[in-house]
Design a protein around this ligand. Structure first.
Ligand code: ADP
Ligand code: ZN
Ligand code: ZN
Length: 803
């Protein structure tokens, strides 16, 4: 028997399975999807069995045998193995990366060298004897003395010692020690054998008699009896109890389960949406729904009831939410409805906790998983529905290899399991809405708020007017006044300072003009070093103007603001206000995100100031004012999705105010109030925005009218990176059809990172059957030669941002 194995060696230029002989004793137990330890060159590595067969084209006598089976049960189902092939192909990643991304990090291999001694008496070196302490097996890293290493090497030559690599999981299954206590007669018999002087043993025995025939955790026994472990050990030896290890889970502060909550009575809109989804799940059709519902329209209730429907049929459900909105508030809604059938997977869990949640799914102990992006690979085998909430979020796209989009994976899995997918959003991505308009997805609309609350009133403040009136502060007069009133009424305020991604542009304070690329309709990026403006799509370059090209004002300069500066200004304007800041700097620690939110929800602060992190998930009754300090930072991102991202953010931020009894008010400050993304966010009307934005995308040839692939190059040497970027672009140009556009190469928006110069090139295409093959060839050139010259290259099909 022969096994095809994908080995854990990602830097290797050849990406394919290798054949290994299956030793006779493994043939009965080996299955596809198990992990194995195999020799690879001089090393031992972890591998995944992807195929078992009886024949090979290679010389069978030269096949190396599998060393060890790491799993008896497959950790990857046939479906996931198939999926890994698709993911690897579509995202141009190594197959090993596509396999590993499906498993929790804890299961990736941990390599450790061991020395093994066949016969201890053959070791004569006293230093080694004392280090071994009678063991026949010892981690090599415990040998720190180089002289001893040399001796070990000599023993190895003589065959007395073997050096071997052990591959284990990074995180082990957690176990707890338990004892099963003997029956009363047995305990009594033991009691009679114990001398009266052994007071502690007598004492513990009395305690045990009170728990005869019970099974109790050792730690509990010691705590409750107040007796030390050696005493218990002595009694176990005498037969008073049997000790064993039992597998257990690490419980991430599990919220106390309340009584399972009952479903709400649906509104008419919710009812008709749910009916369509349920019908498709009853018919076993792999249909994709776009659930477009304004904030507060009750999308989550539709998800919950659609899940109930498939659970009744014995099937499973995957729910994805963006990492940021994976708040206890959100997950507890699922836990309240489905109790212990829910597993939660988010990045706040430790590796061990993630592994435990994975095991619950793998063993079918849960039926619903709520998690961030990677939960899309949950090892269910009878999926009945997949849901992506806030489907427009860019966090659904993984930024390193494999660069998959959870939406694509969801749709692929739904086709395998013949089940529906729901993509939900108040502001769908243009791509999804376009597909829904064309009938590729089924559109479901929720146009009213579930509890009939008013949408908050939105005021757009023109910062140009503020400047004219002599106000140079970050706070306009109306926003400052609104804050003051809330502070007086003891209501809460959220201030939002968007600093998403990378934005560095030049803005005219008098008219709001930002200099755009004449070819690409994106903002030019400001480069301080030579006071220039560059387009990082096409390479266009010009000097920073001294006067605004529109109004000739001299108030045209670099635009930037930080949360820290905003905090200082708040302290000046409202010295008595209690402020909580939430940005990357204050949320580095595990759990700090939740801590800040909890403090705010308990009334521990008046103002929550933060970046896009706070745009989602917040649902507190006392928030009545939301202020956006500078909408321009997103609006002028050097990205063709700038307008879309602005509209999404403004809509989401506005959705935070007045979700409950108190009416909400929203202020958006900007230098370009006339921009359609801002005007339309004011009324939260998605469709007119969609129509406007589609017009621009069509005119400049961006998605969804064209597909885009981004290729990035980086090198320490500027001349080399330019050279390779040119070579790459020329190769692609010559291989693809003439209707496809190659834009660039040009310097990236962030032109240098860690002393490496960055260049990039965009491919724009409508139909390009040769795309994948061409990119595979490009990658092959890179892996077999360019990489050795210090180049780093990445290929991103359908990138979520272009920096
Ligand atoms: P969305 O996810 O669309 O923003 P939510 O699901 O958070 O909206 O719902 C907003 C609020 O409306 C929640 O407090 C929810 O409990 C409530 N809600 C949803 N559906 C109903 C319903 N049918 N009847 C009463 N309240 C509802
Ligand atoms: Zn101007
Ligand atoms: Zn350009």
């Amino acid at each position: 028997m022969i096994a095809e194995v994908i080995v854990d060696v990602a830097a290797y230029p050849i990406d394919r399975p290798f054949d290994y002989a299956v030793p006779y004793n493994m043939q009965e137990v080996i299955e596809c999807g198990v992990r194995v330890k195999v020799p690879f060159g001089p090393r031992k590595v972890l591998g995944y069995v992807v195929q078992l067969k009886m024949e090979t084209d290679l010389d069978e006598s030269k096949l190396k045998p599998i060393d060890e089976l790491i799993d008896l049960e497959p950790v990857l189902s046939n479906e996931l193995l198939k999926l890994s092939k698709i993911v690897a192909r579509e995202t141009l990643a190594y197959e090993i990366d596509a396999l590993q991304v499906m498993l929790p990090a804890a299961m990736r291999g941990k390599y450790e060298k061991f020395i093994e001694v066949e016969e201890l008496s053959e070791i004569e070196n006293p230093a080694l004897v004392s280090l071994l302490k009678g063991r026949t097996r010892m981690p090599l890293k415990q040998v720190t003395d180089p002289a001893l290493l040399k001796i070990i090497k000599e023993y190895a030559k003589e065959g007395i010692i073997t050096v071997d690599t052990a591959i284990s999981q990074r995180t082990k299954v957690k176990t707890v020690r338990m004892i099963h206590i003997a029956n009363a007669e047995k305990l009594q018999a033991i009691d009679e054998t114990i001398h009266a002087n052994a007071k502690k043993q007598k004492e513990l025995l009395e305690w045990l008699k009170g728990h005869a025939n019970e099974t109790i955790v050792v730690a509990t026994v010691l705590r409750e009896s107040s007796i030390q472990a050696p005493v218990l050990k002595a009694l176990i030896k005498k037969g008073a109890a049997i000790e064993s290890s039992v597998e257990t889970y690490r419980e991430p502060d599990a919220p106390k389960l309340r009584d399972t909550e009952v479903p709400l009575n649906l509104t008419d809109e919710q009812r008709s949406a749910l009916d369509l989804v349920n019908k498709s799940s009853d018919n076993n059709t792999p249909e994709t729904f776009l659930l477009h519902g304004i904030t507060g329209s009750g999308k989550t209730e539709v998800y919950l009831q659609a899940i109930s429907h498939v659970l009744k049929k014995g099937k499973e459900a995957i729910v994805l939410v963006p990492e940021i909105s994976l708040t206890p508030q959100m997950t507890s809604r699922f836990q309240q409805r489905f109790g212990s059938l829910v597993a939660v997977m988010h990045s706040g869990l430790s590796a061990g906790e993630k592994y435990d949640e994975w095991r619950k799914i793998h063993r079918k102990e849960v039926k619903v998983v709520v998690g961030a992006r990677s939960a899309i690979f949950a090892p269910f085998e009878n999926i009945g529905i997949i849901i992506l909430d806030e489907e427009h979020e860019s966090t659904y796209k993984q930024e390193d290899n494999p660069r998959y989009h959870a939406r694509d994976v969801a749709i692929w899995r739904s086709e395998y399991f013949n089940c529906p997918v729901i993509l939900g959003s108040a502001t769908p991505s243009l791509e999804s809405y376009a597909r829904a308009s064309k009938g590729v997805y089924t559109l479901l609309e929720l146009s009213k708020r579930a509890k009939n609350q008013e949408l908050p009133s939105v005021t757009v403040v023109d910062m140009r007017e503020e400047l004219k009136d002599g106000n140079r502060s970050m706070f306009s007069v109306p926003l400052a006044e609104a804050v003051r009133i809330r502070l007086e009424k003891k209501e809460q305020i959220v201030l939002f300072l968007n600093k998403r991604g990378f934005s560095s542009f030049v803005l005219c304070r008098d008219c709001g003009t930002v200099v755009q690329c004449p070819n690409c309709d994106i903002s030019l990026t400001y480069h301080r070093s030579n006071e220039s403006l560059k387009c990082h799509y096409c390479g266009h370059e010009e000097v920073v103007p001294l006067k605004c090209p529109e109004c000739e004002s001299e108030h045209i300069r670099f635009f930037g603001t930080g949360t820290q500066k905003a905090e200082e200004e708040i302290a000046k304007l409202f010295p008595a206000a209690r402020v909580l800041r939430m940005d990357v700097d204050t949320t580095r620690q595990k759990g700090s995100h939740e801590r800040i939110l909890r403090k705010f929800s308990e009334g521990g602060a008046d103002i929550l100031l933060g970046t896009q992190m706070i745009a989602k998930g917040l649902d507190f009754p006392n928030i009545t004012l939301v202020g956006v300090l500078a909408a321009d930072t997103t609006l002028h991102l050097a990205d063709f999705r700038a307008a879309e991202k602005t509209f999404q953010l403004m809509t989401q931020v506005s959705g935070r105010a007045g979700r409950h009894e108190l009416a909400g008010e929203v202020f958006i400050q900007t230098y370009t109030p006339e921009h359609y993304a801002i005007e339309l966010a004011k009324t939260q009307h998605y469709e007119p925005f969609y129509n406007m934005e589609m017009g621009t995308r069509k005119q400049y040839g961006y998605p969804p009218f064209f597909y885009i692939t981004l290729i990035q190059f980086s090198h320490e040497d500027l001349m080399k990176v330019i050279d390779y970027a040119d070579k790459g672009a020329t190769f692609i140009k010559n291989s693809l059809s003439p209707e496809t556009f190659i834009i660039g190469p040009a310097s990236a928006a962030i032109s240098r990172v860690n002393n490496r110069y960055r260049y990039q090139c965009l491919i724009k295409y409508k139909k390009e059957p040769k795309l994948i093959e061409t990119l595979q060839q490009l990658i092959k050139m890179y892996r077999t030669s360019w990489m050795k010259d210090g180049l780093l290259m990445s290929v991103d099909v359908d990138p979520s941002s272009i920096f």
